[in-house]
Design a protein around this ligand. Structure first.
Ligand code: ATP
Ligand code: MG
Length: 351
């Protein structure tokens, strides 16, 4: 193994690998603007950067969603939303995590080389423990499943928010240990921090988050959304006062959905003062409607045709499984789970 170049990508031929982007999206609720502008939009843009795999992480969701019907509907809705928002199934592979059982087997192989201490340090588990909440083994071992998700597809680039960088490090650790023990089986991925710009604020100023119940959802009923927008908290300075747009969460929300020219005009209005927040809110309602109009139309079409969505997911699963099966075969052969001729033995890195 020592004859492996340090930075060599894994794989029998050790040839440079094409960029393969992988991203998992949790189906734990409807997407809000924070999810979209902070993550999903950037993930979708990466479908043009290389071969992209996107999965809906239903196995991960099982640690929080315990109603089967709800899980089924969230998974379907996530697929609909992603395609409506521009994920192109002809270009990228979209599938449901549990449709690729190879990943769970791979999880076990990785578990056998995973020190407990590594997982004890992971923040999702640590946070829960610190707060005195019970954690199950699913949450504890979630970074191992996430590692398998990444390694099963030979992903080279994993776009993540800052909170997930630690888990990519776990993945690299496990892949490195496995490769060290058994030969170059896995491709080590690199995290790619998505520039989310600023954190998207919620309707009361702090970070937009499902947990804070302060979200504007991407596909919510326009009347409901309008009400939420009209109730966004604002400061109570007199109308005449000039205001700093960069210091105002209402403006921050407007800036996400308004065309550049309108955004500049609004910023100028803020700096000059003499306007009411009600005007900004109305402009925000209109800009949001325009911004998501195409996606809403696509979404309505997809909702009317559930079979089409299921066909997209079936096709994605078939593509994903082919890839995951090849990686799993490499891993099984490398660690001695095959007997005579079953799975081709991997070449032991003569690179
Ligand atoms: P929860 O309240 O359960 O933590 P959430 O609403 O914060 O849910 P997550 O599921 O934690 O949403 O986030 C999914 C993705 O969306 C992550 O990559 C995260 O970085 C991004 N994201 C969530 N909220 C925001 C936000 N307010 N601004 C920017 N990005 C966000
Ligand atoms: Mg969160």
């Amino acid at each position: 193994m020592s004859d492996h170049p340090q930075q060599s990508p894994a794989g029998p031929a050790a040839t440079p690998r094409p960029v393969r982007v992988l991203s998992g999206i949790q189906p734990t609720g409807r997407f809000h603007w924070g999810n979209y502008f902070g993550a999903i939009r950037q993930y979708i843009e990466l479908q043009t950067a290389g071969d992209a795999f996107y999965f809906i992480a239903d196995l991960h969701a099982l640690t929080t969603v315990r109603e089967p019907e709800r899980l089924r509907s969230l998974v379907h809705a996530a697929a609909v939303d992603l395609v409506a928002l521009g994920l192109d199934p002809a270009r990228a592979t979209l599938f449901v995590q549990s449709d690729v059982p190879e990943v769970t087997e791979l999880t076990w192989l990785l578990m056998t080389v995973c020190p407990m201490g590594l997982l004890e340090r992971c923040h999702a588990y640590k946070d829960k423990k610190t707060r005195g909440l019970p954690a199950d083994a699913g949450l504890f071992t979630y970074p191992v499943l996430m590692s398998a998700d990444i390694l099963a597809y030979d992903a080279t680039v994993v776009p993540v928010g800052e909170d997930q960088v630690q888990h990519i490090e776990v993945c690299r650790d496990l892949a490195g240990t496995f490769n060290h023990l058994y030969g170059e089986v896995f491709t080590l991925p690199k995290p790619r921090l998505v520039e989310s710009g600023a954190r998207v604020p919620g309707t009361a100023g702090q970070k937009m988050s499902k947990s804070y119940d302060n979200t504007l959802d991407v596909f919510e009923d326009p009347a409901v959304q309008k009400k939420k927008i009209m109730r966004i908290t604002t400061d109570s300075r007199p109308m005449e006062d000039p205001k700093n747009p960069d210091d105002d969460h209402l403006f921050a929300l407007y800036a996400l959905v308004a065309p550049e020219a309108d955004r500049l005009v609004m910023a100028d209005l803020y700096r000059r003062g003499g306007f009411g927040y009600g005007e900004v809110k109305k402009a925000l309602v209109a800009a949001a409607a325009d911004f998501f109009a195409d996606s809403r139309r696509r979404r309505a079409e997809l909702e009317a045709d559930p079979a089409r969505v299921e066909a997209i997911l079936a096709d994605g699963a078939a593509r994903a499984r082919r890839q995951a099966a090849a990686v799993l075969a490499r891993a099984r052969a490398a660690c001695g789970l095959t007997r005579g001729g079953g799975t081709p033995a991997i070449s032991r890195g003569k690179a």
